[in-house]
Write a protein that binds this ligand. Structure first.
Ligand SMILES: [Zn+2]
Length: 331
């Protein structure tokens, strides 16, 4: 994942591009107007001349003349609008437009970041998380129970791989129909290759398609970013806000990161903060609750028990099954 500074410069480049595009679009519209209404151009020139005369009058301190010229200027502007409308053009056809009217594509309103800035950052975080392409392949439409057979039995529950996946699949479906931020959180527990990530991907794709903001990070990347934001340079608070505020945060592979007391406290902060903000979180891990408690403290595991729906995954390694099948087909 890229640093916040490079995300920031990418966002500024997007604004610049938007402004340039809108300028070009305006020039095109003006060409259209000039071609259809020659009177418009004449009035425009007359307004420019009047404005210049008024500026001179003001420099000479001639208030009366300036006021007269101002009135003439206003009349000309009105006439120009009439010409535009008689020409069959919509109102404001000759005005510059913006992708975001609030900040006029600058990213700032009264010295504060505009809401569109955060939207752009969420989009870039999602696009750079390399998940976008993956979601085209791994979603509810491509999900198959093929690799979850009824013969493989989980010794702990006595249930088959199929039954367990069906149960988790139904919970995932329920989670997205419809997705309501903060309504629930999921904790996916299971060994590698049992379908946790695939099911998280299915959910991510649905939630994104419904227009919600989703940030998908591996635990290692998440804690690495949070460490840089905490101990690194300034100006990274926006990225932290995006991680804490997005409608759905998916933390993949918890337990594979380099663990220390900072990671434990940040994990608690993150799940707590998101709970307070009424946002949903999905965490997948290969650690059971006992191990989670051991690795990240009791307060973390009790938060999971209180606020997360726990889905246990079981299967013989799907990836191995797929590979075996692939090899079988070649023979
Ligand atoms: Zn804006």
């Amino acid at each position: 994942m890229q640093s916040s500074n490079s995300l920031h410069s990418q966002i500024l480049a997007i604004y610049e591009d938007r402004r340039r595009r809108q300028q070009d679009a305006l020039l095109e519209r003006m060409e259209e107007i000039y071609a259809k209404c020659p009177a418009y151009k004449e009035l425009e020139d007359a307004i420019k001349d009047t404005f210049a005369d008024r500026s001179i009058a003001l420099i000479h301190g001639d208030e009366t003349k300036a006021q007269l010229l101002k009135r003439r200027e206003d009349d000309l502007i009105e006439q120009k609008q009439l010409v535009l409308s008689f020409g069959g053009f919509p109102e404001c056809y000759d005005k510059l437009r913006y992708d975001c009217e609030l900040c006029k594509d600058t990213g700032f309103v009264n010295g504060k970041r505009c809401s569109c800035y955060r939207q752009l950052m969420t989009r870039l975080l999602y696009e750079t998380s390399e998940i976008k392409e993956l979601l085209e392949k791994e979603n509810f439409d491509t999900f198959s129970f093929e690799y979850f057979d009824k013969e493989t039995i989980d010794p702990n529950t006595g249930k088959s791989a199929y039954e367990i996946m069906k149960y988790n699949y139904d919970i995932a479906k329920e989670f997205v129909t419809p997705f309501v931020p903060g309504k629930s959180n999921l904790l996916f527990i299971g060994a590698a290759g049992t379908g946790k990530t695939f099911l998280s991907n299915c959910i991510a794709r649905e939630v994104i398609a419904a227009g919600h903001s989703v940030v998908y990070l591996s635990a290692a990347t998440l804690f690495d970013r949070l460490a840089q934001m905490t101990f690194g340079k300034s100006g990274e608070s926006e990225e932290k806000a995006v991680i804490m505020d997005c409608d759905l945060l998916i933390i993949d592979d918890l337990g594979t990161e380099f663990n220390n007391s900072f990671v434990s406290s940040q994990l608690f902060y993150c799940i707590n903060e998101r709970k307070l903000k009424n946002r949903s979180t999905i965490i997948s891990t290969n650690l059971d609750l006992e191990k989670l408690k051991e690795n990240y403290s009791e307060r973390v595991s009790s938060r999971f028990i209180e606020n997360y729906r726990i889905c246990r995954f079981f299967n013989t390694d799907i990836r191995r099954k797929k590979r075996r099948e692939g090899a079988g087909r070649k023979e």
